[in-house]
Design a protein around this ligand. Sequence first.
Ligand code: PGA
Length: 250
Amino acid sequence: MRKKIVAGNWKMNTLPQEGVELAKGVVAGRGEVSNEVSFIVCPPFTHIAMVAEALKGSDIEFGAQNCAAEAKGAYTGEVAASMIAALGCKYVILGHSERRQYYGETSETLNKKMEQVYANGLTPIYCVGENLEEREAEKHFDVVKAQIEEVVYNLTEEQFKNLVIAYEPVWAIGTGKTATAEQAQEIHAYIRKVLAEKFGALAEETAILYGGSCKPANAAEIFAKEDVDGGLIGGAALKAADFLAIGKGF
Ligand code: PGA
């Protein structure tokens, strides 16, 4: 049985106190959703510690949205995976399309970040996905394959067992456009096949999340697909009620 996961990527939203209120709202409503669904929130670095406090006593896990490629030292402005782990984070989102697009993250950088994440006992939520041009040129399969081969194929089996994948078509992120449930299933199944080519049956256990304008109104249809194991949620994760309602989509 694969894990069912609803993860919230808050991106650069909420002030610390707003983040705390949001987290408290999620804790307050959590009981309405089956405990077979795991919830994860990924606030900005500045309020992870405060959010952690607000989540105490609940089963809601938390993570960061990024980490440094180096372990420590003279890297002004960076946040090390060890620092994130020390706050109690379990997860780190890596390779989000916004990081790839706006901050020039390449597979080379992501390999180093992966190493840091695993060295500190964290689980990466590794994002893959094509942009609109690539989708229209029908290159989406090749794009996600390369993003997996160049990074995930470098993992050991032990590391691979602790990996979450998020498929996020760039054209669906924050645009209100979602992939259809069929499009999501098609590429999720393909991603699992690519993972199986390297890791065999272990790929059956990998949680593959869908991301891109996922909301209460479309979650159930998308999550009903066999190879969709949950969602990585941006905009709709900023309202506790919506975030929780997405969890009811299973
Ligand atoms: P969205 O973002 O739900 O606002 O489209 C998803 C993401 O980028 O993780």
